[in-house]
Write a protein that binds this ligand. Sequence first.
Ligand code: DGI
Ligand code: FE
Ligand code: FE
Length: 399
Amino acid sequence: MKIGVYGGTFNPPHLGHLISARFAMEALGLDRLIFMPAGDPPHKELPQGSPTARERLAMVELAADSMLLPGRVEVSDMEVRREGKSYTADTLSELHEQYPQDELFLLVGTDMFLTLQNWKKPEVICELAHLTAFARTQADTGERLEMQGKYLSETYGARCTILQLPQITPVSSTQLRQRLERGEGREYLVPGVYGYILRGGLYGSGADLKSLDHEDLTACSLSMVYAKRHAHILGVAQTAVELARRWGADEELAFRAGVLHDCTKYLSLEEHLDICERYGLALDEMEVGSAKLLHAKTGAALAKHLYGQPEEVCRAIYWHTTGKADMTKLEKIIYLADYMEPNRKFDGVEDLRRLCGEDLDGALLLGVRMSIEDLNERGVPIHKNTQAAMDWVLEHRKG
Ligand code: DGI
Ligand code: FE
Ligand code: FE
């Protein structure tokens, strides 16, 4: 197996890193890629006010997850865990022990490549891994890199590849940090990483989470969930806006409820229960043991207390999983958008989509009915609010 090892401080991880990573995987035919964020150097190399090593690790995890290559791309906390300075030779030795049969490829920027002889134990590095240098500009590919490659081969028996990157994001980490401090720079980051920076107020970004614009609110929500759910969340927000327009509900509120509705989807049961306790949410017996039911309540709590959303938005999130008797228009819209946004695929979804444009309560009835059927088939107990939603539409639906 060919394994790429992509080290760096990733302060923060940006699109340039991800483009390089993808390109290297293709060009070298890597089976796997391991991002290796460096720990905090003991003698102050990271600029003042940088996030902690744990925060950088979390950002690299969000960036890696955004590549949507589960099993092929991973993040190692080896250097973050290790005490003292992160030496590449030590890291490669540890990786070689873990993967004795596999070929390691160390991915480095040109600056690193050009100074490799000054690193600790260059002979160990060159023995344990192929070296791959990313050439950022045309000038980089010139003689200097070639000469350095030749020198490293002759001196340490290094095996070197120089990769000319096709497309380069014109930003350095230093510039990016300066932009973030001015409230700019989101175009250089995947939304999950940008949202994480906003939520933590990293790099002096200092945004007020209670008055975010659409793009920032979206980024915050996406930063809380795995990337595989991003399309669904964006689909719900978009579909909710369309339904609001069709049925005369508030499009702005529909967007906010849609974009936040699943923000707590991947919390553990324990984390859900913590939030419920913190905000005094009363739970029934079924909810206490079900993260699936709780994500609607905890999502609503964070929409209110963390993101300062109005009551209607929070209530639509609160009821999006079970529904209830006598729902408001916005509550129905979020329930239905969640059910039939464009990424949902199941038998009957087309009928439900059509009905959503013609008869909102009819669509609600169909949605709740299919939901109950599905839960019954899977032997999952029906929550009393799901049943109440069903009973209510059956009784009150016009026509
Ligand atoms: O969060 P999503 O996956 O987008 O969708 P959702 O919020 O409707 O959650 C669906 C999950 O919630 C699904 O795993 C089943 C669960 N669920 C929905 N209604 C009930 C329910 N679980 C129980 N026990 N009882 C219900 O009435
Ligand atoms: Fe949900
Ligand atoms: Fe959802």
